[in-house]
Design a protein around this ligand. Structure first.
Ligand code: ARG
Length: 267
């Protein structure tokens, strides 16, 4: 049986959802008024997560429920449930996430974010919860198998991502142009309309688009590791307790279950 990426459809609908992505929150509805009983401790602390919901299957907008869903969201829900916090999610462009942490506008970030040395100067990270790789993705009428063949081509990347940095470095060696855009569905659209020739992006995100839009790819080695971790403001009170629950999830197999659910489910 062919392995189907469960969210392939999601990747496609996300292209259509560009207009409604802005400022979409999924604050839960148990505000102070209807707290159960009169127990003083019943009021829970609200904790705000920043994300860039353009990244299925990590995070994207479910058009039916208008909620942000995905691998990162399930992890965030599990951790905040365990710790007894009420989770609110704020959607923004990827390159606004680190500034939002620095200004304490959000308490933590989950966005398939890679804990790079550069970012560690400005924010703290949890342990890594997933190891990703990079793919170069393009239309199926091309036969490319390596970056050497891309001279003079136009490569799309997400603004502020490690793929932007990697593409800039590769561009110097291989003589291609780098096109930087905010949201992944936008970049896919640029590819579909032929304004760019290829996209450098993370494997699990690429897989769904490759399947739903019939694209081709080859893996690209980059200098820096592409793992994903949770980010916090420097010296945040939350880092340690979040990391404890995350490590439990890794050791107990809970993360593997979620990897299976979001990355590899068969239809
Ligand atoms: N892992 C890459 C990075 O940290 C890309 C993450 C993009 N995430 C997103 N939600 N769009 O730069």
């Amino acid at each position: 049986m062919k392995k189907q990426y469960k969210w392939a459809k999601l990747g496609f609908t996300a292209v259509l959802s560009l207009g409604v992505l802005a400022a979409c929150g999924t604050a839960t509805d148990n505000d102070d008024d209807t707290a159960t009983g009169s127990d003083e401790n019943a009021e829970t602390t609200k904790i705000v997560m920043g994300t860039s919901a353009d990244y299925p299957p990590y995070e994207s907008l479910d058009l039916e429920t208008e909620e942000i869903i995905g691998f990162d969201i399930d992890i965030a829900k599990h951790i905040t449930d365990e710790l007894g916090y009420e989770l609110e999610i704020q959607d923004m462009n990827f390159d606004s996430l680190i500034p939002a942490l620095q200004n304490n506008r959000v308490d933590f970030v989950m966005a398939g974010m890679t804990p790079t040395e550069e970012r560690k100067k400005n924010v703290d990270f949890s342990d890594a919860y997933y190891a990703a790789n990079n793919y170069l993705v393009f239309q199926s009428d091309n036969e490319w198998t390596s970056v050497d063949e891309l001279e003079g081509k136009n490569i799309g990347v997400q603004l502020g991502s490690i793929q932007e940095e990697a593409a800039d470095e590769l561009a110097e060696l291989h003589g291609f142009e780098v096109n930087k855009l905010n949201r992944i569905p936008e970049i896919i659209q640029e590819l579909n309309t032929g304004r760019i020739d290829a996209i450098l992006m993370e494997d699990m995100v690429a897989e769904g688009y490759i399947e739903s839009q019939n694209l081709k790819f080859f893996p690209v080695e980059t200098d820096e590791e592409t793992s994903n971790a949770i980010a916090f403001p420097k010296d945040s009170e939350y880092t340690e307790e979040f990391n404890e629950v995350l490590v439990d999830m890794i050791e107990s197999g809970k993360i593997d279950e979620l990897i299976e659910k979001w990355f590899y489910s068969e239809e």
